[in-house]
Design a protein around this ligand. Structure first.
Ligand code: GDP
Length: 296
């Protein structure tokens, strides 16, 4: 391995002696420098890193080192626990409607992976016994409708479209009616993205939210966008009060710091992670696994 892991660096900083007694302030301070660097390298937002490190520092100073651990391992244990806490202790689930259909609205920037996720999520929930309908509301990106139809065909899930000449809010409403008539208990709405946040997009999504009152608004974020992911998540959450986040493209080499930053900045849970381009490449978000990935 080219890079030393955080564990190895902390072994060097704090020594290999097991059961050292208590962690003292000087040791912890030195260790926190390494932790800070590791988090920044993993693309965690600077402010989030600062708050996090202060919290861990407070907890670690004076902490007993367990007999079976080196001080470095003890610090890693504390850091891991705090990271996992911050990202939510357990898996977050979809809010299903008491009276079906459950409506899930996917939003995010262009290229984040919304259309792909429509298929993946439909596929996953179909396997759990739902009868989904995908609704094509991305009327701006060329070929987005066709792409959703292809995904629907692969997953054997019907796709509702009205072409690209209608208002997306009207398409969404008509999609819901269609689901009600055809017994679909789950509606997944693929909305349009833009290359950057813009007012027009946010207003359109805001109007859609008001008219269809979805059970779940999921923000789709590309893990490869690193630090930018935080401002994107903040803007979408301010406007739409999202219910959760899906981080895509984690099969790439992104360390996943965006997961931590987004959670810290918006307070909203991560619900799924995209692990590839195929229908089955979707996994529930596991805070403990992400913590290990971020620490490297
Ligand atoms: P949209 O504009 O938000 O609808 O984005 P798309 O669903 O069209 O996805 C953009 C690109 O990212 C496509 O080439 C997808 O195949 C790819 N993609 C989506 N999710 C993932 C993922 O989890 N991993 C990888 N490697 N690629 C993904």
């Amino acid at each position: 391995m080219v890079f030393e892991s955080l564990g190895e660096k902390l072994q060097k900083t704090l020594g290999k002696l097991k059961g050292k007694g208590k962690l003292n302030e000087k040791d912890v301070k030195a260790a926190m420098r390494e932790v800070k660097l590791a988090l920044l390298e993993a693309d965690v937002n600077f402010k989030v890193v600062k708050n996090f490190v202060n919290k861990v520092k407070e907890r670690a100073v004076g902490h007993e080192v367990m007999e079976s651990l080196t001080p470095g391992q003890q610090v890693i244990k504390i850091v891991n626990e705090e990271l996992t806490n911050l990202m939510g202790e357990k898996e977050s689930k979809i809010n299903f409607a008491d009276n079906p259909p459950t409506v899930i609205m996917l939003c995010g920037l262009q290229g984040a992976g919304k259309t792909t996720l429509s298929g993946k999520l439909g596929n996953l929930l179909k396997k759990k016994g739902k009868n989904p309908l995908l609704v094509a509301c991305d009327i701006y990106r060329p070929a987005a409708i066709k792409q959703l139809q292809v995904v629907g065909e692969q997953a054997k899930i019907p796709v509702f479209t009205m072409g690209d000449k209608q208002d997306p809010v009207n398409i969404a409403k008509a999609g819901l009616e269609h689901a009600n008539k055809n017994g679909n208990d789950l509606v997944i709405i693929d909305t349009a993205g833009r290359l950057h946040i813009d007012e027009g997009l946010m207003d359109e999504l805001g109007n859609m939210k008001e008219s269809i009152n979805p059970n779940e608004i999921l923000l789709v974020v590309d893990a490869m966008t690193g630090q930018d992911a935080v401002s994107v998540a903040e803007s979408f959450n301010d406007k739409l009060n999202i219910d959760g986040v899906v981080l895509t493209k984690l099969d790439g080499d992104a360390r996943g710091g965006a997961a931590l930053s987004i959670r810290a900045v918006t307070g909203k849970p991560l619900k799924f992670v995209g692990m590839g381009e195929k229908l089955d490449d979707l996994e529930p978000f596991h805070p403990d696994r992400m913590a290990s990935r971020i620490l490297g």
